[in-house]
Design a protein around this ligand. Structure first.
Ligand SMILES: [Zn+2]
Length: 202
């Protein structure tokens, strides 16, 4: 394994741990897809979590401005899926702290735990397992900036952009693998249904 894992190595780990599966899946919103991807399934194993965190930390170290402030950085995750990576990255960079935002239900705004208040000028790296639409990461960025924190970078294990992905402008974005967006289709027009491929609900 290289110090920065290659795309193929990351994809191999995702497949081997069942985080990335081919098949015929039905999502709660009724859409069908031929791909299932849940990065936390790979993060169950600390060696994989370490490999990905160390890989990302090396990408950050190559960025002189971020390297210079590494010890002051906060790693902040918008989902529990990003936490394993956030702690690993904090450890590998000898950064300052890790925290996360959460919400009880989809209609609620993201918020931090009571007494957890980002500081004015605090340099922050946003960390998540995957960047897909980026909506939750964008909401977290806004929340941090409303407290005066300074977002300096974005780190994810997998970057899977689609035409609706939010732009983060010139914010440095680091990822270990870039995957094509999965193809979603409504059950009625699903090619795999038509071919009689067994369906799994996810
Ligand atoms: Zn189908």
């Amino acid at each position: 394994m290289h110090l920065i894992p290659t795309q193929d190595e990351v994809v191999a780990v995702l497949r081997e741990t069942g985080a990335l599966r081919d098949g015929h899946f039905e999502y709660p919103n009724g859409l069908h897809s031929n791909e299932y991807l849940k990065v936390p399934l790979a993060m169950r194993y600390s060696r994989h979590q370490r490999m990905m965190s160390v890989g990302l930390s090396r990408l950050f170290r190559a960025h002189p401005e971020i390297r210079a402030i590494a010890k002051d950085l906060s790693m902040v995750a918008p989902t529990t899926g990003g936490l394993a990576l956030a702690f690993g990255l904090c450890d590998a960079l000898r950064a300052r702290q890790v925290y996360w935002a959460e919400r009880e239900h989809e209609q609620e705004a993201l918020h931090f735990r009571q007494f957890l208040i980002p500081e004015t000028g605090e340099p922050v790296v946003l960390v998540d397992d995957i960047l897909r639409t980026g909506q939750r990461l964008a909401e977290l960025k806004k929340l941090l900036e409303a407290h005066g924190a300074r977002v300096v970078g974005l780190a994810v294990a997998v970057y899977q952009p689609n035409p609706t992905t939010v732009s983060f402008g010139d914010l440095p974005l680091y990822y270990l693998a870039k995957l094509d967006a999965s193809y979603y289709v409504d059950g009625q027009q699903c090619e795999w249904c038509r071919r009689g491929v067994p369906l799994e609900k996810v």
